[in-house]
Design a protein around this ligand. Structure first.
Ligand code: ATP
Length: 204
């Protein structure tokens, strides 16, 4: 039987409870055996570089997933020259597993409008599936605007991998803004991550 591995890329600046709960729900919904968190160096999809260093973002992920047997972290994108292209990561993981293993690149609904512009999206879709999760504040994933870029079988594959997770209204942008105002972020980040942010004076 084939097994499924979720690759969860992002800036994770910082990782928050929305990421953790989304990864858990997607893993259960898709029947995957594990989720690999993959922090990006400089994302080609974002205008600004990350605020926290690679080391700090990686460490916060490690702290957030410690104790979750199905979650792991890879620093493969941080080790490559920037920007971090999803295709390079997908091909790196593809080379590690046989064809019986399905790779699923997981994104939130905010990524839908950007997908057609992803570097070599055709090759990404040949090597892996892309699963799009519901995200609070965004419309349910709808690929009708991508019809000029994707073939109908690609659209079909994307539609089959829509993940209707429970909504968690948290974003890293809001957390950074809150911390910059000197406010408490409450339970939006795991306690170990909140301690790390405080101890290292991040996002002030
Ligand atoms: P920022 O606010 O800095 O843009 P973010 O909160 O969107 O950050 P990212 O690290 O960019 O966090 O997110 C990584 C992936 O996780 C993206 O595909 C994003 O859509 C998804 N994601 C982030 N937060 C949520 C959430 N609350 N629910 C569902 N998906 C999420």
């Amino acid at each position: 039987m084939s097994k499924k591995i979720i690759l969860f890329g992002g800036t994770f600046d910082p990782i928050h409870r929305g990421h953790i709960q989304a990864a858990q729900s997607a893993m259960e919904y898709l029947g995957a055996e594990r989720v690999v968190f993959i922090p990006a160096g400089r994302s080609p999809h974002k205008k600004q570089p990350p605020v926290a260093s690679n080391t700090d973002r990686l460490e916060m992920i490690r702290l957030a997933i410690a104790g979750s047997a199905c979650f792991e972290v890879s620093d493969c994108e941080l080790r490559r020259p920037q920007p971090s292209y999803t295709l390079d990561t997908v091909l790196e993981f593809r080379s590690r597993f046989d064809r019986q293993t399905d790779l699923i690149w997981l994104v939130g609904a905010d990524a839908v409008h950007d997908l057609p512009r992803w570097h070599r999206i055709d090759q990404i879709l040949s090597a892996a599936a892309i699963a799009v999760m519901y995200r609070s504040g965004y419309l349910k994933p709808d690929f009708s605007s991508c019809r000029s870029v994707f073939t109908s079988s690609q659209i079909q594959k994307l539609e089959q991998n829509i993940v209707p997770i429970p909504l968690v209204d948290i974003s890293s942008t809001d957390i950074r803004a809150c911390l910059a105002r000197g406010q408490d972020v409450g339970n939006r980040v795991p306690p170990q991550v909140a301690d790390y942010i405080r101890d290292h004076g991040l996002y002030r």
